[in-house]
Write a protein that binds this ligand. Structure first.
Ligand code: NAD
Length: 697
């Protein structure tokens, strides 16, 4: 039987190789085998030094996330790190690819550390709602100092080998790439150490680190400001504090205690859910056997906000782009925007100057649709008007080569109707990017009635090339994301009409964890967007019509871009301050409708808003617009500022209890039907099931 960790000798050097594809995760069997190999090295009289390295893509992965929440099985990772550290002969970690989380903690247990160029070294545990629990919070500050360790542990961000060499996290940057180079470099380093007579150098022998330069209070304040509502960062800071106050064994015990507290939090559950579903979302039911079409060149129609962003995303991925605008000036403007986007990418280190120049050489901006004849995928991003889009698709039908995928970036419109404007509806699909399209990771792939499976597969393959997280959606007004948004925005309007202020709503939802409340988001997007949508949809039965938002539009208060919307934006309050005139407009509408305002608590606001969101999510599932609850969670987490540590709206429903959501909806129902529970919620509650039960393949 093959073992996940092998032991072999290269003269007097023991080479311990972890080989547990795909990511050398430190699950139980791997831990047990690693412990055996370390014990064997300690007892092996022919071996004078050991090298620990990884086979495959990387050194060692972190903990096996699927073991979280289950009873721990010996040997634990902390024990193994201590076992390595206490080894009477030197142990070298030779790292390639990545040493993240548990992998880096094992390396910190080793006495010498080498990493190959391009390796990622980090302790990302806080992004899963936990903290490094195998000595990382105790050893890292002893090795790199308290400030550098706090930065690494509380941000969760990886560092480069060069930076790690600078801070002392590793001893040397090796040469080459891949597992073979890691082994060879590790062995060469071990040979040098032997020649120098190097002794074991346990971190436990290093002095206790000092308190951070700015003091603990400042660190805590900054963490609470940077990660509002989140618990893991401050808890991780407390663990590092223990390293400055206790000897290693006591510090390790304190780290474990703090770690266990986090394991039991809903935030940990939400973050782990987010981690899993972002991987699972790509496994789209029904696409396993489909072959994507070949994509070598992209066409974009419309070079405004979205078109230039989409073109930038394609160029960043190395795909040539032909962009069509209506007028030469508009085409020039689009080119200038794309150039500036790419300059930003160069500045942020995402692209070299040479690559930027090469990418720009493959960009054609034109007013001639005929120039799209070689494009394999053409993405339309013109005005949000069905007539305009149908006209564009008729033109695309005339010029696109056979087999080209014709995609629309519409936010709401009926893609089946757009497809009918062509003679090839099977080639038509929705690719709903989010703004800014070269930055935002979410892509809704909207599959229309006639869309061919290989066109859908092509869309997913393209999404992957563009670095997006793609989610399959079906055709309806607003697909997954915007359809839900319309619904919970209406719930907010309902609460405003009945007595809540827009500011109270924003505060309550920001307290819940949204980066911005819905009125601030509306101000940012522009109140003209909401106005256009209301014009298109008209008044709907049971849905509160926000006349005050129309009034603001009429007063040309369009939000941030005009300095005034729901909030006033000026030098005094660049982030916006409350506007009493908005409250007057709302009061006028309440009076016109004969509504007596009542008080709302923050809790009621959150519960109603979330109940409306979950309810519409359930209807989206009933309608087959989303295939699984996880698709909805990914859309809301990645495109709509839903707090990641809550895992998404459907996870929120599971954690709240489906029966509780149903009861709340029933209690809210006022005869309008707006709040009445979806049949799916009734069924799940009656059967004692949750949304997670629908996520399984
Ligand atoms: P925009 O007004 O910034 O840009 C539209 C561009 O299309 C303009 O430059 C216009 O000159 C060009 N155009 C119009 N008709 C054309 C034609 N027949 N041929 C070539 N070019 C033409 O609009 P936008 O914000 O980029 O939105 C474009 C589309 O993307 C809309 O469908 C919108 O709903 C959707 N969308 C927008 C956002 C967003 O946040 N702005 C997000 C997702 C999707």
């Amino acid at each position: 039987m093959s073992t996940p960790v092998t032991y072999d000798l290269d003269d007097e050097i023991a080479v311990i190789t972890v080989d547990n594809p795909p990511v050398n995760a430190l699950g139980h069997a791997t831990r047990a085998a690693l412990k055996d190999c370390v014990d064997r090295f300690a007892a092996d009289e022919t071996a004078r030094i050991a090298v620990i390295c990884g086979a495959g893509r990387l050194f060692l992965g972190g903990a096996d996330v699927s073991e979280f929440g289950k009873p721990p099985q010996d040997p634990w990772l902390p024990e193994i790190c201590t076992l390595i550290e206490d080894c009477p002969k030197p142990v070298v970690a030779s790292i390639h690819g990545a040493a993240l989380g548990g992998g880096l903690e094992v390396a910190l247990g080793c006495h010498y550390r080498l990493a190959l160029p391009g390796t990622k070294l980090g302790l990302p545990e806080v992004s899963l709602g936990i903290l490094p629990g195998a000595g990382g919070t105790q050893r890292a500050p002893r090795v790199v100092g308290t400030d550098a360790a706090l930065e690494m542990i509380t941000s969760g961000k990886p560092v480069t080998p060069e930076a790690a060499r600078e801070s002392g996290l590793i001893d040397r940057v090796g040469e080459g790439k891949g597992s073979e180079a890691a082994r060879a470099e590790g062995v060469a380093y071990a040979r040098e150490l032997l020649a120098e007579g190097a002794a074991p150098r346990p971190v436990s022998g290093l002095p206790r680190p000092a308190a951070p330069a700015d003091g603990w209070d400042i660190w805590e304040q900054n963490l609470r400001r940077k990660f509002p509502g989140q618990v893991a960062q401050v808890q991780a800071m407390k663990a590092v504090k223990a390293a400055t106050e206790m000897d290693l064994p006591d510090g390790l015990a304190e780290e474990r205690r703090l770690f266990n507290e986090l394991i039991d939090t809903p935030q940990r559950e939400g973050l782990i859910h987010a981690f899993f579903i972002e991987r699972k979302v790509a496994r789209v039911p029904g696409l396993k056997d489909a072959t994507p079409r070949d994509v070598q060149a992209i066409g974009v129609v419309g070079g405004g906000t979205m078109g230039s962003g989409i073109a930038t995303a394609a160029l960043l991925a190395g795909l040539p782009v032909t962009l069509v605008e209506m007028k030469p000036e508009a085409a020039d403007k689009a080119r200038a925007t794309i150039e500036s986007n790419l300059a930003g990418a160069v500045k942020r280190g995402k692209m070299s100057d040479a690559k930027r120049d090469a990418a720009l050489a493959t960009l054609t901006t034109t007013t001639d649709y005929g120039d799209l004849k070689d494009a394999d995928v053409i993405i339309e991003a013109v005005f949000e008007s069905l007539d305009v889009k149908k006209e564009v698709f008729t033109q695309l039908d005339a010029v696109a080569k056979p087999g080209a995928v014709l995609a629309t970036n519409t936010s709401y419109l009926d893609i089946n109707e757009i497809a009918q404007a062509t003679s090839r509806p099977a080639d038509v699909i929705g690719l709903h990017f989010f703004s800014p399209a070269h930055v935002m990771k979410l892509l809704e792939v909207v599959v229309a009635d006639a869309t061919d499976t290989d066109v859908t597969a092509t869309a997913f393959a393209l999404g992957k090339r563009l670095g997006k997280v793609s989610v399959r959606a079906g055709v309806c007004d607003g697909f997954i994301g915007n359809r839900m948004l319309s619904h919970y925005r209406s719930a907010a309007d309902w609460m405003i009409l009945h007595g809540a202020s827009p500011y109270q709503i924003d505060r309550a939802l920001e307290q819940f964890g949204f980066a911005m409340g819905p009125m601030k988001v509306a101000d940012l997007a522009g109140l003209d967007i909401g106005y256009m949508t209301r014009q298109r949809k008209g008044k709907q039965p049971g849905v509160v019509y926000p006349q005050w938002a129309d009034d603001l539009y009429g007063m040309e208060r369009l939000g941030r871009k005009t300095g005034r919307g729901f909030y006033i934006y000026d030098d005094e309050s660049p982030k916006g301050r409350e506007d009493p005139e908005v409250l007057d407009l709302i009061a006028k509408e309440r009076a016109a409708q004969g509504v007596t305002p009542r008080d709302f608590t923050g809790d009621e606001i959150v519960e109603r808003y979330m109940a409306a969101m979950v309810n519409e999510g359930a209807r989206i599932l009933e309608d087959g617009i989303a295939l699984r609850p996880l698709d909805i969670d990914v859309v809301k987490l990645m495109g709509y500022g839903f707090p990641r540590y809550r895992g998404g709206p459907m996870k929120y429903a599971d954690m709240t209890g489906i029966a509780t959501i149903r009861d709340r909806l029933n209690a809210y129902e006022d005869g309008s039907g707006f709040w009445s529970p979806a049949a799916l919620i009734d069924t799940l509650a009656a059967e004692g099931r949750n949304f997670e039960s629908m996520n399984n393949d």
